[in-house]
Design a protein. Structure first.
Length: 134
């Protein structure tokens, strides 16, 4: 999975990085709610959905940026519709940072709740990221 770049950020998310078994999220805003779901794993160089997401009809035959963005949106909708409890969740701190640490290898979905500030509502598209073996 390519790291998010142009087209993945904006809205709530400023940037993110993956270091070791951790995901570092940098937001423009403090108090941004973020849900993290482990949705799959990598088997023989192919992504396979597992756990609560195993039966959803999502294909990873194409791993282009548009295809991954579409898969992230679909998986987020399934998580919301079926009430899947996130693997981890939290809020960005006063500096707009949230770190998810100690993650096992796999494919993860980051889902951001909208933030309302005054009359403005800020949103972010969901993102798929991979935590690989060290």
């Amino acid at each position: 999975i390519p790291l998010p770049g142009s087209g993945w950020t904006g809205g709530i998310l400023e940037s993110l990085s993956i270091e070791s078994q951790s995901i570092y999220i940098y937001s423009y805003y403090s108090g941004a709610n973020i849900n993290l779901y482990r949705v799959g794993s990598k088997e023989d160089d192919e992504y396979v959905l597992d756990g609560d997401f195993a039966d959803y009809p999502v294909s990873f035959e194409e791993i282009s940026r548009p295809a991954l963005m579409e898969n992230a949106k679909i998986l987020e909708q399934y998580a919301i519709m079926d009430g899947i409890f996130p693997t981890a969740f939290g809020r960005t701190d006063e500096n707009g940072v949230k770190v998810f640490e100690g993650l096992i290898p796999g494919l993860y979905l980051l889902s951001f709740n909208d933030i309302e500030i005054g009359d403005e509502v800020y949103t972010n598209l969901p993102i798929l990221v991979e935590i690989s073996e060290e």
